[in-house]
Design a protein around this ligand. Structure first.
Ligand SMILES: Cc1ncc(COP(=O)(O)O)c(C=O)c1O
Length: 192
């Protein structure tokens, strides 16, 4: 999902990406690669407090990394390794106040199964979740603020197994079979 989102992002020379070090590789690699392709700057967002106990992504650390050139800030709502929960709304506030062109992308794969979510109150631009974390198929979906709704539902990670045509067919079938149900569930679940 993040791979697709990253290639869709419009950038300008000199743009900066702020990427959290607490994130799953899925929400890091795509952005780092895009920055490399386009010659953009990556600024790593590393928690400065409680680094050996419960490191958290907080506005104080983020503020030092933001600038008018910031195009993207990306972080996790909950770390899948540490369990640290990020307080998203204050971060969104700081980002949108400091960097008008910045888009805020949040990975909710580890958080969403455990809480009800109001994406509007969080102030996020992109918010992604994977259905297999709640015993569904390995399919992810993406909320996009600009459109005010979930805009994309697709097979999650592209793995090397997809070079196998049978594996590819099986995954396509899963996607086709489950898509409608997932859309219905999503509409029922959230304020869309
Ligand atoms: C926090 C987090 N983000 C992203 C992912 C990757 O999700 P997917 O397999 O749907 O690409 C995982 C997978 O465990 C995760 O825990």
């Amino acid at each position: 999902m993040f791979r697709n989102l990253s290639v869709a992002l419009k950038t300008e020379p000199g743009d900066e990406f702020v990427i959290s070090k607490l994130d799953h590789e899925a929400n890091i690699a795509s952005w780092v690669q895009l920055a490399e392709w386009k010659g953009l700057t990556v600024k790593w967002w590393v928690p400065s407090k409680d680094t050996s106990s419960n490191p958290k992504l907080v506005p104080e650390d983020l503020k030092k990394l933001l600038s008018p050139k910031t195009r993207l800030v990306t972080c996790t709502h909950t770390s899948n390794i540490l369990g640290s929960i990020t307080d998203i709304a204050p971060l969104a506030e700081v980002i949108h106040a400091t960097s008008p062109r910045a888009l805020f992308c949040v990975d909710a794969v580890a958080y969403a199964p455990h809480a009800s979510i109001d994406v509007k109150a969080l102030g996020v631009d992109f918010y992604s979740f994977s259905w297999y974390k709640v015993y569904g198929p390995h399919i992810s979906m993406l909320y996009v603020k600009k459109f005010g709704r979930i805009v994309c539902i697709m097979r999650s990670s592209l793995t090397s197994t997809l070079v196998d045509p049978y594996e590819m067919m099986a995954r396509r079938k899963t996607l086709t079979r489950t898509q409608v149900t997932l859309v219905e569930m999503a509409i029922g679940f959230g304020p869309y």
